[in-house]
Design a protein around this ligand. Structure first.
Ligand SMILES: NC(=O)C1=CN([C@@H]2O[C@H](COP(=O)(O)OP(=O)(O)OC[C@H]3O[C@@H](n4cnc5c(N)ncnc54)[C@H](OP(=O)(O)O)[C@@H]3O)[C@@H](O)[C@H]2O)C=CC1
Ligand SMILES: O=C([O-])CC(=O)C(=O)O
Length: 261
């Protein structure tokens, strides 16, 4: 049987894990055909390492006729290429979910996917539990929130960082607001929050707080949902963000699985 063609947007840490998983046999139904990065030299190195075509732009990638395109690049890449990917006949697996915080973009992607008979998949990324969030939100009005713990140093080069954070000796709240406000200031760090919001009460209505915790390594998220009959709390710790790449592999497996989660 013909293998499904997979293309990648982004050639950094996470897509390197996806490409290795393909080589290691986790996705036998797929072949990697193309990659598009930002820096062409880096894209070519990735392509040479992983046996696929290095693309200089989205048209070149779509000319390879991918069945699935998996993104691990940036919110901007999703905004810039999302509609072209669906219109070009590819399904789209997304990690930079923050792009969907803008309702107008979300609606355009929804219409484009419906018209092109393709799908945009929101990967569970560094969190999960979207099944219970979606189910609870169907049953009654719910409230939803996500709390994040991060190392003070991981907030460097963001508007939340102050040098004093490096000297804290106890957890310190650095952000409290909505997930929509959070992704606007941390576009590379809280995609998980927008995924949580999309599965529950939306980016404007999902509360978020972020704590800097001294001596902490990795990321920890606590998602809470409360409805009339259902209450759930999910705690997800990950030492690195590799879990996000593996969630893409899980989506791709699910897309061809005879028994579907
Ligand atoms: N949903 C979730 O749970 C998670 C989501 N993420 C998101 O996943 C994305 C990738 O993470 P990671 O692999 O760690 O990041 P890296 O910085 O290691 O890699 C990103 C890659 O994407 C490329 N890139 C960036 N912008 C564009 C663009 N506009 N078009 C094409 N390529 C682009 C970069 O190019 P160049 O080499 O030129 O910089 C780089 O190759 C980030 O947006 C991050 O926020 C990360 C962790 C968890
Ligand atoms: O790796 C993480 O903990 C989550 C992350 O970067 C994101 O949601 O953008």
């Amino acid at each position: 049987m013909r293998k499904l063609k997979l293309a990648l947007i982004g050639c950094g840490y996470l897509n390197e894990i996806v490409a290795k998983a393909l080589k290691d046999g986790y996705l036998p139904e797929y072949e990697l055909v193309a990659v598009l990065g930002r820096d062409y030299a880096r894209t070519r190195e990735f392509a040479d390492r992983n046996g696929c075509k290095a693309c200089a732009d989205i048209a070149e990638l779509l000319a390879m006729k991918p069945d699935y395109t998996a993104e691990a690049a940036s919110v901007k890449a999703v905004q810039d290429y999302g509609e072209a990917i669906l219109n070009g006949g590819s399904n789209f697996v997304v990690l930079s979910i923050g792009a969907f915080a803008e309702r107008e973009f979300y609606e355009r992607m929804k219409d484009t996917a419906a018209q092109s008979k393709r799908r945009a998949y929101i990967a569970s990324g560094a969190v999960g539990g979207f099944d219970v969030l979606r189910t609870a939100a169907l049953m009654s009005p719910v409230t939803a929130s996500i709390g994040a713990q991060k190392a003070p140093a991981s907030l460097k080069n963001t508007p939340l960082f102050t040098p004093e954070l490096m000297d804290i000796t106890a957890p310190c709240e650095v952000f409290s607001g909505t997930t929509k406000e959070a992704i606007a200031i941390l576009p590379t760090k809280v995609n998980v929050a927008i995924a949580t919001a999309l599965a529950s009460v939306g980016p404007e209505n999902t509360a978020m707080n972020i704590k800097a915790v001294p001596g902490f390594k990795g990321d920890e998220y606590k998602i809470a949902i409360q409805g009339e009959e259902v209450r759930a709390e999910l705690n997800i710790y990950s030492r690195t963000s590799a879990i996000a790449a593996w969630s893409v592999i899980a989506v791709l497996q699910n897309a061809v699985a005879p028994i579907v989660f």
